[in-house]
Design a protein around this ligand. Sequence first.
Ligand code: KG4
Ligand code: ZN
Length: 337
Amino acid sequence: MTLILAIESSCDETACAVVRDGKEILSNIVSSQINVHTLYGGVVPEVASRIHVENISTVITEALARAQVTMDDIDAVAYTRGPGLIGSLHVGVQAAKTIAWAFNKPLVPVNHMTGHIYANRFVAELKFPLMALVISGGHTQLVWMKDEWSFEEIGTTGDDAIGEAYDKVARVLGLGYPGGPKIDKIAKEGKPHYSLPTPKTANPYDFSFSGLKTAVLQMIQREERKGEKINIADAAYCFQETALTSMVKKTIAAVHEYQPKMLVLAGGVAANSRLRVMMEEEMAKIEETDLIIPPLYCCTDNAAMIGAAGYVAYMHGERGGFDASADPGMLMPGEEE
Ligand code: KG4
Ligand code: ZN
């Protein structure tokens, strides 16, 4: 049995978890800063770092207590090294190094995006080759995994990440932060009233969302010039349908070409209720590939997912030194130049 203490602080959640053998959550403590950042309409990096400093010790103590273990029982300390906000990451990195040094435990640096993918390990045993659609506030990637702990990006966004587009469109529609869940909710009352341009990319598996975001902004301005007010639910509906239809089509095309045993969704946008239905409908037509969708609690940022990926990294012999620092632009293993 291997027990991992995992620490995550890449953006605006301060989190710590204890995970057994990469698949069983003994505790998963997340202290969210959303209430504070909502006041500013988005994450303020300096504020995020300061709140991480205030909360990190508490979430670690709480994670150990809830799991009913002490540091003596822990085999390794895994932490998010990147990608993310440098000041935020720094707090988790320092906490992980301090606790590993004090209790003489190995340190395992983890890429946050691999964490999102391995969150699916709490739902099912992963089957390879596997395709992951990684969709968050900072990333939109199709990742091909021939085997466990092998990552090849076959598509990415040339501009905005999908979560970023949700957040920006929500802001111009006056829905507030974070925009993803707000658009998800209000779009349920919307109708296909407006037409928006389908994103175009040179590589069929790449994504683009900034043109669509600009089109929503121009649509609002056009209505205002006519002296009319935009229907927010209809605009949210049309933005969401256009963004998701394009993303789902690309993903399904990649599944047809690569023929993975499993397609997994990963990252905050995987919480989207419309996307989950669209994916289930499309994947029901493809018998050879199973679809795994993570539960809502492990779509958005948490430390249990870092424990799941950290376990696999630990088993693959990955270790970090006490001289390691945060890596805000960190690439996935195997992607390093
Ligand atoms: O994975 P995550 O928690 O943090 C990053 O690694 O970026 O993802 C956060 C993103 C935000 O852009 C948020 O608006 C989006 O995920 N999100 C959603 C939903 N819930 C969160 N987007 C669409 N629909 C949702 N229900
Ligand atoms: Zn994330």
